[in-house]
Design a protein around this ligand. Structure first.
Ligand code: SF4
Length: 322
């Protein structure tokens, strides 16, 4: 049996304390196998980034509470590690590609210094070997002259080059798992295609598992085999991408798909939207959080909570799926 590269069980996150705390992630569980890319999609504010930050242990220790059964990387539970132990794991076994490389990178160090530092901290303290690994990593993401990129400061690079450099930094220790949070946001379409292509190549080369966070279902379809849909902090559907696009089972997933503008649509200019509003996280209704917006809702939807099978790769949290 394959040991998942990443296994998350029962992850929940609350912001605030006591009776005023707000639950922003609610019992999230999933597995990603080595070499597999899984998309995490949903509207802004549904808990995607909070899930990633909680997995990586990057949420502040005050004002935020995280609870989970396990977070396993290659079968090793990292959820009970202290901060110093977590930091060692972060970068070596699991790495993150941030949405905004301009703010994630340090402006006072060259790209080469920053990537080498990650390698020296997590893999090998030897300066020469770190330098060689840094150049190899820059080359692996497609830079023909990695020495030039290594000597550049982040502000001297274009948005696409910064993002490729971030990927080189994330991959320099060849981690088992990469979390990519909206890695192509704000990039033009050709740069976006290049970034997605390089990510896929590296993933295939190193057998890296990837959690790909995006609000863009089209990008997820291009990049991932499996997909999970999130709504109000809960996973509400898990399936493979092909299946989601041909037969979404949760009414919310179907609503998200209907919002994708179609080339050659019979009524160009019309953009669909899911009726109603996302409920405030501080005031979530009981039962299915989507009930007020769902045209298939029935009384039991507001009385009890539909559950998704925890570790199954396919499932839907709905009493009346499509
Ligand atoms: S559980 Fe009920 S309200 Fe929720 S999505 Fe399914 S049918 Fe709609």
């Amino acid at each position: 049996m394959t040991v998942p590269a990443l296994r998350v069980s029962g992850l929940s996150v609350w912001i605030g304390s006591g009776a005023d705390s707000i639950q922003v992630v609610d019992g999230v569980s999933f597995d990603i196998d080595p070499g597999e890319a899984t998309g995490l999609v949903g509207e802004s504010g549904c808990g995607k980034t909070m899930t990633a930050m909680a997995i990586l242990g990057l949420l502040p220790s005050t004002g935020v509470r995280v609870s989970c059964d396990h977070i396993e990387i290659n079968g090793r539970d990292v959820s009970r590690l202290n901060t110093a132990q977590r930091r060692k794991v972060l970068g070596r076994d699991i790495a993150m590609i941030f949405q905004q490389p301009a703010t994630a990178l340090d402006p006072v160090f060259t790209m080469g210094q920053q990537i080498s530092a990650v390698y020296r901290r997590h893999a090998d303290g030897n300066q020469r070997r770190a330098h060689e690994a840094m150049l190899a990593s820059l080359e692996s993401v497609g830079f023909e002259r990695p020495e030039e990129i290594a000597q550049a400061y982040p502000h001297e690079l274009s948005g696409g080059m910064r993002q490729l450099s971030m990927i080189a930094m994330a991959m320099v220790c060849k981690p088992a798992v990469i979390i990519a949070d909206e890695p192509t946001t704000a990039l033009d379409s050709s740069t976006r295609a290049l970034i997605l292509h390089q990510l896929q190549q590296l993933q295939a080369l190193h057998g890296t598992a990837m959690l790909f966070i995006s609000h863009d279902l089209g990008v997820v379809r291009q990049s991932c085999r499996n997909v999970m849909v999130m709504y109000c902090g809960r996973l509400i559907e898990k399936t493979d991408c092909q299946n989601l696009f041909s037969h979404a089972r949760h009414p919310y997933s179907a609503g998200l798909l209907s919002c994708i503008p179609q080339l050659g649509a019979t009524r160009p200019g019309r953009i669909s939207s899911i009726p109603g509003q996302v409920p405030a996280l501080a005031d979530l209704p009981s039962g299915c959080h989507f009930a007020a917006r769902c045209n298939r809702s029935e009384p039991r939807c507001s009385e009890s909570t539909p559950v998704l099978d925890a570790q199954d790769k396919k499932g839907v949290a709905c009493f009346r799926p499509l």
